[in-house]
Design a protein around this ligand. Structure first.
Ligand code: ARG
Ligand code: ZN
Length: 873
C-alpha cells in the first residue's frame, strides 16, 4: 500500500477542538477523547467519518453524549468509521492502550518509568482515534491525572491552566494550547523527573518560563542545553524576527528515543544523548550537537509548528528549512568556515551515498510506503542545501525578505513547497521555478569542467557540462539550475577581475549553470588564473575538472575561500587514493605522497589558519568516502590498507612538525566547550592520530600518556579512538580501564561500545556479539544498539568480512529488533544500502543475508519497504 501525493484531498470533516482526559497507569490505561467535528463545505452530508487508530482497544464511542449502536460504526485494524454522522457533532471515545508493552517508541510508551509520547509522523493514532494527518489542526486541552509518587510531573503542550490534589495521593494538571496544531505535535510526559529552570524575555518584553526535565541526579548536566536554548531564542528574534508565543517552554530528556529529538509545541522531547553535557561525559562534538539540536527543535516553533506541512510529502518544507536555520545558527555562534566544511563533508558522506544507491529519492518524494523511512539525509540536509541555494541566488537581504513574507503569509497554514518558493519569487520578482525543481528530482548532477587560458588575448574559456544520471524510477532528468560561486585566483592568491563575460549569467562571484552545456568566456583576465569553482560549496553537485594536481595544491595554499582550500586538498588526496584503492589498483607513488605531505606541512605551519580548520584539512577522506568514489567492485580491505599506508607515509614525513604542534596544544586548566578551545583539542587529537600513524611505538606512548593525563572525555576518548582504530596493542588494556573507571554514565558506555566495535581485528565480530551480554547493554534501547552496530559498520573491513558472517549477524539482529522497534530496525537496515558496490564475493554474501531477512515471518512495513528497495534498486 503506497501513498501518492497526487491523491491528496482535504479531510471530509473539520476538527476544531481536541479534549483529552488521561489517567496514567503502567500496564493498561484508558484515554478519553472529545473531538468537535463539522462537515467540510462541499462534502455530502452523511459522508462516513473515517478516523485513524491502531494498537488500541475501543471501549466506548458516543456522539453528542449518546452511545453508538453497533451498526452505526465499524472498527478495523487501522480505523474507526462512523457510518452516518450528523453535520456537526462531538465524538467521544474511550480507548485502552498499553504503554509498558509498547517497545516501538511511537505513540505513548514508558522510558525508565516515565510515560512519554512520540507522535511524528503517525504515532498519535496509537493514542486515540482521530485524523492523524498534518493538515488537520485543532485546539487541544488535556487533563492528566496520576499517582503523585509515580508521576509528580505532568506536562503537555501549551500553557498550564489548572492543577490540584486528588484523593488517594493522586493529583491532576490541565494544559491548554491556544495554537491549533496537527496531531503529530501533540505530547504528554508524566513521571518522576528533576528539572532546572530559567527564564527568557522576548523582544516584545514577554516573560517565558523555561525548564528542562531529566532523571534525578542529572540536573547538573543540563546547563549547556539551557544556555543553548536561550541563545537560540535570541538568535531567532534577531536573524528572522521570530518570537516565542507561549508562557512556558519545556524540554524533557528521555533515555529511549528513536531519533534525536521532537519539536512538540511548547514541550520538546529529546533523546537524552542530545541534552546531557558535562566535561566528563560529553565530547566537544557532543556539546556542539546538543547546541545544534536544541536550536533545531526550537526553530521548528515557527518553521514546522506555526507553519506546518500539508502532507508528509512536504516534510522537507519544515526539515530542510529548519536544518538551514540551525546551520546558520551554528555558523553565527562558532566558525562559519568550519561549519560549512563539516556540513559539506557530511552531506557528501551520507546524502551522496543515499543518492547514488537504491534508496535515492527526491527531497520531496511523490510516493511512499512508510513515511518514517523518509527522515533521511536527502530530506534534511539536501533540503537545507536547496534553501541555501535560494539564499545564494537572491542574496541574504532578499532571502530575509522572502522569509518575512513566508512567516506572515502562511502563519497558521499547512503549506506546500510551492507556497514557500513563491514567497521568494514575490520578494525578489525573480522566477525560481528552476530552483524549485531541486525538490522533485533525486540524484545529483555531475559537473564536468574544462578550461583554457589564451594569454595573448587575455581570454579565459570555461566549458561546463552537467550530467544528470538516472535514479531508480526516474530515467530522464532535465538540466538543473546550479549556482556556482567562483573566483579566478592569481599566483599570489588575489582574485582576478575581468572586463566582460559571455555564455552564462555572471554577477560578481556568482555564475549560473542552467543548460546541459555552456561555454563561458571571460575577456580581459590579466594573467593565467587558477579556477576556483563552487566556493562555499554553493551547490550539492559532484565536480570533475581538468585542474591539475598542481592547480589543486595551489588552491589549497592560496584560495581565499576556506571551503575550497579544504576541498582542493581533499581532492588531491582522492585523486591519489581512489585509483590505488580500487581492486587490483597500484599503490600510490612516493612522489604523490610527498606532495600530499608537503601540503599537510604547509597547513600545519600556517599561522594564519585556525586550529579547527587545520584539524579538518589534515584528515584523509574516510574509508566510506573512498568506497563511494570507487563506486563498484569495492574491496574494503584494499581501501583500508591503501589509506593506512598512505597515512603512515605522510605522517612520517611531517613527524617533527606534528610533535611540535601536539606539544604546543597540550593545555592545562579548566575545560571549556567554546569553539576555539574545541578547535585546539581537535587539532591536538588529529596530530595524535597522525603521530601514531607515523610511528606505532612512539605515537602509542603519547596516546597512552594522553589517556591517563586527560581531564575530560574528549581527550580521553580521542586517545582511545586513535589506538582502537589502528588496532594498537595497548588498545584492549586501556579499553578495559575505561570500562572499569568511566562508564557509570550509559552515554559514556555508548562511546566505549563504539570504540570496541571499531577495532579492525579479526575478533571484531565475536567481540560485538559478546558486548551484547554486557550488563549495561540493552537491545531495546536505540542508543545502545546504534552505538554498537553503528561503530561496527564503520569498521569497514570487519563488517565487510568476506565470509559474510558479519552481514548475517547484523541481518539476524535486525530481524529480532524489528519484532519490537521497527523504526530502529529499518534504520539499521540502511547500512546495507550500498551493498551492490562490493566486489562479487561480498556482494553475494550481503545479498544472501538480506534475502534471509526477507524470509523472516513478520517483517514490519518499515523494514520491508527498505528491504524491497535495497534489493530491487
Ligand atoms: N521532527 C523531528 C526533528 O527533525 C524528527 C522526528 C521524526 N520522528 C520519527 N519517528 N520519524 O527534529
Ligand atoms: Zn526537524
Amino acid at each position: 500500500n503506497t501513498t501518492y501525493m497526487s491523491d491528496y484531498k482535504p479531510s471530509d470533516y473539520v476538527l476544531a477542538t481536541t479534549e483529552l482526559d488521561v489517567v496514567f497507569a503502567p500496564d493498561e490505561m484508558d484515554i478519553k477523547a472529545r473531538l468537535d467535528f463539522s462537515l467540510r463545505e462541499g462534502v455530502a452530508p452523511g459522508t462516513p467519518l473515517k478516523l485513524d487508530g491502531e494498537h488500541m482497544d475501543l471501549v466506548a464511542v458516543a456522539i453528542d453524549g449518546r452511545a453508538l449502536d453497533e451498526d452505526e460504526y465499524e472498527v478495523t485494524e487501522k480505523h474507526l468509521i462512523v457510518k452516518k454522522p450528523p453535520e456537526e457533532f462531538t465524538l467521544s471515545t474511550i480507548v485502552r492502550v498499553k504503554p509498558e508493552a509498547n517497545k516501538a517508541l511511537e505513540g505513548l510508551y514508558r522510558s525508565s518509568g516515565v510515560w512519554c509520547t512520540q507522535c511524528e509522523a503517525e504515532g498519535f493514532r496509537r493514542i486515540t482515534y482521530s485524523y492523524d494527518r498534518p493538515d488537520v489542526m485543532s485546539v487541544y486541552t488535556v487533563r492528566m491525572e496520576a499517582d503523585k509518587a509515580q508521576a509528580p510531573v505532568l506536562l503537555s503542550n501549551g500553557n498550564p491552566v489548572e492543577s490540584g490534589e486528588l484523593e488517594g495521593n493522586r493529583h491532576f494538571a490541565v494544559w491548554h494550547d491556544p495554537h491549533p496544531k496537527p496531531s503529530y505535535l501533540f505530547a504528554m510526559v508524566a513521571g518522576d523527573l528533576a528539572h532546572i529552570e530559567d527564564s527568557f524575555t522576548t523582544m516584545s518584553g514577554k516573560n517565558v518560563d523555561l525548564a528542562i526535565y531529566v532523571e534525578h541526579g542529572k540536573e547538573s548536566q543540563c546547563d549547556w542545553a539551557m544556555d543553548s536554548l536561550k541563545r537560540s531564542m535570541k538568535w531567532d528574534e534577531e536573524r528572522f524576527g521570530c518570537e516565542y508565543d507561549l508562557d512556558v517552554f519545556n524540554i524533557v530528556a528521555v533515555s529511549d528515543f528513536n531519533l534525536g529529538a521532537m519539536e512538540n509545541k511548547g514541550l520538546n522531547i529529546f533523546n537524552d544523548s542530545c541534552i546531557l553535557a558535562d566535561p566528563q561525559t560529553a565530547t566537544d562534538d557532543d556539546y556542539e550537537k546538543v547546541e545544534a539540536i536544541i536550536a533545531h527543535e526550537y526553530f521548528h516553533n515557527w518553521t514546522g509548528n506555526r507553519i506546518t506541512c500539508r502532507d508528509w510529502f512536504q516534510l522537507c518544507l519544515k526539515e530542510g528549512l529548519t536544518v538551514f536555520r540551525d546551520e546558520e545558527f551554528t555558523s553565527d555562534e562558532r566558525s562559519r568556515a568550519v561549519k560549512r566544511i563539516v556540513d559539506a563533508r557530511d552531506l557528501r558522506a551520507y546524502q551522496y551515498a543515499e543518492d547514488s544507491g537504491p534508496l535515492a529519492h527526491p527531497p520531496r518524494p511523490n510516493q511512499f510506503k512508510e513515511i518514517n523511512n523518509f527522515y533521511t539525509a536527502t530530506v534534511y540536509v539536501k533540503g537545507a542545501a536547496i534553501v541555501r541555494m535560494i539564499q545564494t541566488y537572491l542574496g541574504k537581504d532578499m532571502f530575509r525578505k522572502g522569509m518575512d513574507i513566508y512567516l506572515e503569509r502562511h502563519d497558521g497554514d499547512a503549506a506546500i513547497i510551492e507556497d514557500f518558493v513563491k514567497c521568494f519569487e514575490d520578494a525578489s520578482g525573480k522566477d525560481l521555478s528552476h530552483l524549485q525543481k531541486w525538490y522533485t528530482v533525486a540524484g545529483r548532477p555531475e559537473v564536468n569542467v574544462t578550461h583554457s587560458y589564451d594569454g595573448e588575448n587575455k581570454r579565459l574559456t570555461i566549458n561546463l557540462e552537467q550530467v544528470n544520471k538516472p535514479t531508480p524510477g526516474d530515467e530522464h532528468k532535465d538540466p538543473k539550475f546550479i549556482p556556482i560561486r567562483f573566483g579566478l585566483v592569481s599566483d599570489n592568491g588575489e582574485d582576478l577581475s575581468w572586463d566582460s563575460v559571455t555564455g552564462a549569467t555572471v554577477e560578481d562571484d556568482l555564475m549560473i549553470l542552467d543548460q546541459a552545456k555552456q561555454t563561458v568566456v571571460f575577456e580581459g583576465v590579466s594573467s593565467k588564473p587558477t579556477l576556483s569553482l563552487f566556493r562555499d560549496f554553493s551547490a550539492p553537485v559532484s565536480v570533475v575538472s581538468d585542474l591539475t594536481m598542481a592547480d589543486k595544491l595551489n588552491l589549497a595554499r592560496l584560495d581565499k575561500d576556506p571551503f575550497n582550500r579544504w576541498d582542493s586538498l581533499q581532492n588531491v588526496a582522492l585523486d591519489i587514493l581512489v585509483p590505488a584503492a580500487k581492486l587490483n589498483g597500484e599503490d600510490p607513488t612516493a612522489e604523490d605522497l610527498s606532495a600530499l605531505a608537503e601540503a599537510f606541512r604547509s597547513i600545519l605551519t600556517d599561522n594564519a589558519l585556525d586550529e579547527a580548520f587545520k584539524a579538518l584539512a589534515l584528515s584523509l577522506p574516510t574509508q566510506n568516502v573512498l568506497a563511494e568514489h570507487i563506486g563498484q567492485d569495492v574491496d574494503p580491505e584494499r581501501i583500508y590498507n591503501v589509506r593506512r599506508t598512505a597515512l603512515s607515509a605522510i605522517a612520517a614525513k611531517i613527524e617533527p612538525e606534528l610533535a611540535q604542534t601536539y606539544k604546543s596544544l597540550v593545555e592545562e586548566g579548566d575545560y571549556s566547550p567554546d569553539a576555539r578551545s574545541a578547535g585546539r583539542r581537535a587539532l591536538k587529537n588529529q596530530c595524535l592520530s597522525l603521530l601514531l600513524a607515523a610511528d606505532e611505538d612512539k605515537g602509542g606512548q603519547v596516546a597512552v600518556a594522553q589517556y591517563h593525563a586527560a581531564t575530560n572525555v574528549t581527550d580521553r576518548r580521542a586517545a582511545l579512538a586513535t589506538l582502537a582504530a589502528s588496532n594498537h596493542t595497548n588498545a584492549p588494556e586501556l579499553l578495559q580501564h575505561f570500562r572499569d573507571n568511566y562508564c557509570d554514565s550509559v552515554l559514556v558506555f555508548d562511546k566505549w561500545l563504539s570504540l570496541n566495535a571499531i577495532i579492525p581485528d579479526d575478533a571484531a565480530l565475536d567481540r560485538v556479539k559478546s558486548l551484547m551480554n554486557d550488563e549495561k547493554f540493552n537491545i531495546e534501547n536505540p542508543n545502545r544498539v546504534r552505538s554498537l552496530i553503528g561503530g561496527f559498520a564503520a569498521n569497514q573491513v570487519q563488517f565487510g568480512r568476506k565470509d559474510g558472517e558479519s552481514f548475517q549477524f547484523v541481518a539476524d539482529l535486525i530481524a529480532d529488533i524489528d519484532t519490537r522497534t521497527p523504526q530502529l530496525a529499518a534504520r539499521l537496515l540502511t547500512l546495507f544500502r550500498s551493498f551492490k558496490n562490493y566486489e562479487s564475493i561480498r556482494r553475494e554474501a550481503a545479498k544472501s543475508a538480506l534475502e534471509s531477512l526477507q524470509k523472516s515471518p513478520k517483517l514490519s512495513p518499515d523494514c520491508s519497504d527498505i528491504l524491497e528497495r535495497t534489493l530491487a534498486g
